[in-house]
Every structure is written in structure tokens, then in C-alpha cells.
Design a protein around this ligand. Structure first.
Ligand SMILES: *[C@@H]1O[C@H](CO)[C@@H](O)[C@H](O)[C@H]1NC(C)=O
Ligand SMILES: *[C@@H]1O[C@H](CO)[C@@H](O)[C@H](O)[C@H]1NC(C)=O
Ligand SMILES: *[C@@H]1O[C@H](CO)[C@@H](O)[C@H](O)[C@H]1NC(C)=O
Length: 190
């Protein structure tokens, strides 16, 4: 009996305090989210957007940070390290609505073909995913039709996420390096 009353009391105390914080981002909201994890079911979400990687012009979103002495002689840019802050849009046009950014680093790590080791965050800036992120790590053999990168985690709506991003280039200016890349992201999250 005492135990039942105690449980009811605890529920009364906990529920009103935690409900508004379910999607909060402070430490107590995160602790509560993890405490409730056992009662949550996993969802699958399909995200579709386009990444604009701009190398040319006065406002590049992809800039080199470092190269080795030998990089200039390498047909695969081996040794190049670069930073990106690429806009992500709903459609393939650069004028399409921006829904987020891809922010991170990549390095050219193959001697045999142009392939980048990528490590970046997809930072959502619109709608229900605004403020949430997905972390992408993987190998990107850039000239192949389809590339598969791993979603290794996330924050906000995407806490504990994992999944797969399939990339395919829809536009590539081989003289300047500018590219538009279609992303289909399948993600498991709670
Ligand atoms: C790279 O090039 C610079 C300038 O030519 C030279 O001083 C340096 O020794 C080279 N470094 C290596 C590791 O070859
Ligand atoms: C996204 O979230 C930020 C920070 O909370 C807020 O300033 C901004 O207005 C939001 N944007 C949209 C489109 O909801
Ligand atoms: C490549 O980009 C440059 C600079 O923006 C532009 O002048 C050129 O017309 C583009 N070439 C193609 C084939 O789109």
C-alpha cells in the first residue's frame, strides 16, 4: 500500500516536470530522455535534400586547409584536407529553400581514385528538425554514381541515431569543382 502511494506520488511529481522537457536540450532533459528510452520505440525516417558544394567564386563553402608538398602532383589530390559549410536545400536548384547545412572536414585519402574520408554534421535549421543534427562519417569515392556513408549518431530529435546516407551527384562542374549532390538518408532513431 505504501509502495503504491509512493509510486503514484512519484508519478505526479515526475510527469508534469518532465513532459515539457522531452525535447529539451539541457542536462536534466537528456537524463530524463534516457530514463524513458526503454518505453520508446524505434522509428525509421527518410530524409531527402540536396547539398551545394561551392568551391569557386567569392563565397566558397568548401575551402582547403592543408596540402602535402606532393598533393599538387597527385591525380587524386592525395593529402588534401578541407573544411565545408555547405547549404542543404529541398530541391536541386541553389535558389531552393535551405533546410540545413553540412559542416565538417574531409581528407583525400586514396592513391587510386578520388575518394574522400568525410566527417561532418548535418545541422537542420528548419521545421521539426530545427536544431537537431546527424553525424556522418564515411568514404566518398566522389566520381562514382552512388556512394554510401554511415550515419553514426545524432542530437536532439536524432539522439542515438544510426543509418545510411546514399549520395549521388546531380551536377558537377569539373573545371571549378562546384557540385550539387542528392542525399537520401535513411535513419533509425527514437
Ligand atoms: C616541402 O616543400 C618545401 C618548399 O619547397 C621544402 O622546404 C620542404 O622540405 C618540403 N617538405 C617535404 C616533406 O618534402
Ligand atoms: C530554429 O531554431 C533557432 C534556435 O532555437 C531559432 O532561432 C530559429 O528561429 C528557428 N528557425 C526556424 C525556421 O524555426
Ligand atoms: C563552371 O563554373 C564556372 C564558374 O562559376 C562557370 O563560369 C562555368 O560556366 C561553369 N561551367 C559549366 C560547364 O557549368
Amino acid at each position: 500500500m505504501d509502495k503504491v502511494i509512493y509510486t503514484i506520488l512519484m508519478l505526479c511529481l515526475i510527469v508534469p516536470a518532465t513532459l515539457p522537457m522531452v525535447h529539451g536540450n539541457g542536462p536534466s532533459a537528456t537524463v530524463n530522455w534516457f530514463k524513458k528510452l526503454a518505453h520508446k520505440s524505434q522509428k525509421t525516417t527518410h530524409l531527402h535534400f540536396y547539398l551545394h558544394d561551392i568551391v569557386s567564386g567569392p563565397s566558397p563553402t568548401n575551402i582547403p586547409i592543408a596540402v602535402a608538398n606532393s598533393t599538387a602532383q597527385s591525380p587524386t589530390y592525395f593529402g588534401l584536407i578541407a573544411a565545408i559549410d555547405d547549404p542543404l536545400t529541398l530541391g536541386p536548384s541553389p535558389d531552393s529553400e535551405i533546410v540545413g547545412r553540412a559542416q565538417g572536414l574531409f581528407g583525400s585519402t586514396s592513391l587510386e581514385e578520388i575518394a574522400f574520408h568525410m566527417s561532418f554534421d548535418i545541422v537542420f535549421t528548419k521545421g521539426r528538425y530545427n536544431g537537431s543534427t546527424l553525424t556522418v562519417v564515411g568514404r566518398n569515392p566522389f566520381l562514382r554514381e552512388y556512394r554510401e556513408l554511415s550515419i553514426v549518431g545524432g542530437s536532439g530529435v536524432f539522439r542515438l541515431a544510426r543509418g545510411t546516407a546514399v549520395l549521388n551527384t546531380v551536377k558537377y562542374n569539373s573545371t571549378w569543382g562546384d557540385a550539387v549532390v542528392e542525399y537520401n538518408v535513411m535513419v533509425l532513431h527514437y
